[in-house]
Ligand binder design. Structure first.
Ligand code: NAG
Ligand code: NAG
Ligand code: NAG
Ligand code: NAG
Ligand code: NAG
Ligand code: NAG
Ligand code: NAG
Length: 505
């Protein structure tokens, strides 16, 4: 997760009063038996060891180091502490874990030779998960394209990336595929594209205006197109070469905001639909139906690349499930066409978004119905594909005491998991839910400020000691079918049981 939205908030609204429908009392056994509950981290945010054992920089290393921002050089030192962390996952009772592979650790130049030490690390880590009965969900690209490919030919802007990404995926499928059944090619592909090529707030930091280079009118659409083709090409390779043997699945993950019209006017209702088409349909429509949404083709015109017939066939049906990353709700107001004639992704949408977040505290309103709405929308508009919610969670700032007694996080998780259950009961083919993040990590935009973890990490301590927060105890009890701590009385009891003394589970 990145707090990208805070830098582009247009208006701030007060937290919505908490009025949503939600399942108040439920237990794990209310979910289908094979529903997967997990948690996750990503390579750069957790591994550290940024220059160790042959790893070379990714565009994220370059982005933060050239701007003197906090970095993940050490992060949680997961590279060295992975066994300890898998042990914590086991104690928590996770079914599954979302990790990502650092492309430039495995193949330092992006193409060419594999780094044996990088290979060994991921083999050992994945083996450790599988040995302990935890299903790995592996992402291939989490904001961290090898810098070498950016330098060689402009990275995602150049169609050469399709071939190189497919070759990288081939190495991963071949080396790890006997243990990995769930692959995600590109993490939140839509927001990576907007952040990196429209806003310039994520690596490689390109945009019109305040960036050193870039073009927000054209580049987001070119990059989005190449991402879809690279994903689809990797997915085809998997089906041709590995699927019979390994039986796994390959997906794209998308960031899904819960949009609702600001008023009941026809204009705002159409604006909310445009928001869904531009933010989600942009990539989901090609994956399901083989082309961009009509409203995008009409508005963006010749700046939106066309799919050839062959490409359309390649992309259509290439995502075996849809990975969903969800944090936010926004209300949508229609805006008048921009008279200056300047176009970027936002002006193309013709909308104004108002997020329910407080920019001072970076706290967002708890809106579980937004997640339920996203799952309903995907069910009803895209033929009910299988969905895994690969990230959802709550950031909190504060000291150790606050972090340890993270009751607001528990309340958040409780109602969001309830929202998922509502959607599943109403027919959504949602098959898993992953809390971001398993432990406090380096956050892509907020660095070591915002914390999402179930486990606290003492970043001042050279040992980077981990402690379970109250939310880790809560999730663990839920996963183990213990109903003691459910509901508000249960949370009070949880506070009593784990308040001062026990730092270990
Ligand atoms: C944001 O949070 C601060 C600190 O709690 C509070 O003073 C302020 O009123 C909040 N703003 C809004 C718009 O809710
Ligand atoms: C893409 O990269 C190739 C080298 O791999 C280069 O020849 C070509 O000019 C690049 N195309 C664009 C549009 O930058
Ligand atoms: C962006 O690219 C378009 C199309 O090539 C061009 O017309 C426009 O001038 C470019 N904008 C900037 C800021 O370079
Ligand atoms: C895509 O095809 C449409 C219709 O054939 C055409 O009008 C448009 O200019 C094409 N766009 C590009 C980027 O080639
Ligand atoms: C449940 O699903 C039906 C059929 O897709 C739909 O019409 C209805 O609105 C859904 N209910 C909720 C609460 O989303
Ligand atoms: C974190 O580590 C520092 C340095 O070792 C130590 O002084 C501090 O007490 C630790 N904090 C907690 C909450 O354990
Ligand atoms: C929590 O505390 C209560 C009362 O002290 C006790 O009965 C219960 O067994 C404890 N539960 C756990 C899981 O520690």
């Amino acid at each position: 997760m990145m707090d990208w939205v805070l830098s582009l908030i247009i208006t701030i609204s007060l937290a919505l009063p908490f009025t949503g429908r939600c399942s108040h009392v439920y237990t794990r056994s209310d979910f289908p038996e094979d529903f997967a509950f997990g948690s996750g981290t990503s390579a750069y945010q957790w591994e550290g060891a940024a220059t160790e054992d042959g790893r070379k920089p990714s565009i994220w290393d370059t982005f933060v180091n050239s701007r003197n921002l906090e970095n993940g050089d050490i992060a949680c030192d997961g590279y060295h502490k992975y066994k300890e962390d898998v042990q914590l996952m086991v104690e928590t009772g996770l079914d599954a874990f979302k990790l990502s592979i650092s492309w430039s650790r495995l193949i330092p130049n992006g193409r060419g030779p594999v780094n044996p030490k990088g290979l060994q690390f991921y083999k050992s880590f994945i083996q450790e998960l599988v040995t302990h009965g935890i299903e790995p969900h592996v992402t291939l690209h989490h904001y961290d394209l090898p810098q070498a490919l950016q330098d060689d030919y402009g990275g995602w802007l150049n169609r050469t990336i399709i071939e190189d990404f497919t070759a990288y995926a081939d190495v991963c499928f071949r080396e790890f595929g006997s243990h990995v059944k769930f692959w995600t090619t590109i993490n939140e592909a839509n927001i990576f594209t907007i952040g990196s090529y429209n806003d310039g707030i994520t690596g490689p930091g390109r945009c019109s205006g305040n960036c050193m280079s870039g073009n927000s009118s054209t580049e987001p659409y070119i990059v989005g197109h190449n991402l879809l083709l690279a994903h689809a090409s990797a997915s085809r390779l998997y089906r041709q070469k590995y699927k019979d043997m390994h039986g796994g699945s390959v997906a794209l993950s998308l960031y899904a905001i819960g949009f609702s019209p600001a008023t009941s006017s026809k204009d705002d209702e159409m604006a909310a639909q445009r928001a869904r088409d531009f933010y989600l349909g942009w990539m989901l429509e090609p994956l399901v139906y083989g082309d961009y949404p009509y409203v995008m083709r009409k508005t963006v015109g010749s700046r939106l690349p066309n799919f050839s017939e062959e490409e359309s066939e390649l992309v259509k049906g290439s995502s075996d499930f849809i990975g969903i990353i969800h944090y936010l709700a926004a209300s949508v107001t229609n805006t008048k066409p921009n008279p200056t004639g300047y176009s970027d992704f936002y002006s193309d949408t013709g909308i104004t978004l108002s997020y329910t977040c407080n920019i001072t505290t970076s706290q967002c309103a708890v809106t579980p119905w937004a997640l339920e709405g996203v799952l309903e929308y995907i069910k009803q508009s895209y033929g009910n594909p299988p969905v895994y919610i690969l990230e959802n969670g709550k950031s909190m700032k504060g000291d150790f005491q606050m972090q340890q007694k993270d009751t607001p996080r528990i309340e958040y998780l409780h109602v969001y998991i309830g929202a998922v259950l509502n959607a599943v009961r109403n027919g959504s083919d949602t098959r898993g839910y992953f809390i971001w993040s398993f432990m406090d990590v380096y956050e892509l935009l907020g660095g070591y400020g915002p914390k999402y973890g179930l486990y606290y990490v003492n970043f001042s301590d050279t040992h980077l000691t981990r402690f379970p927060k109250l939310s880790a105890h809560w999730y663990s009890a839920f996963l183990k079918g213990d109903t003691t701590f459910l509901g508000s009385q249960g949370i009070a009891q949880l506070q009593n049981n784990f308040s001062s003394s026990s730092l270990v589970m």
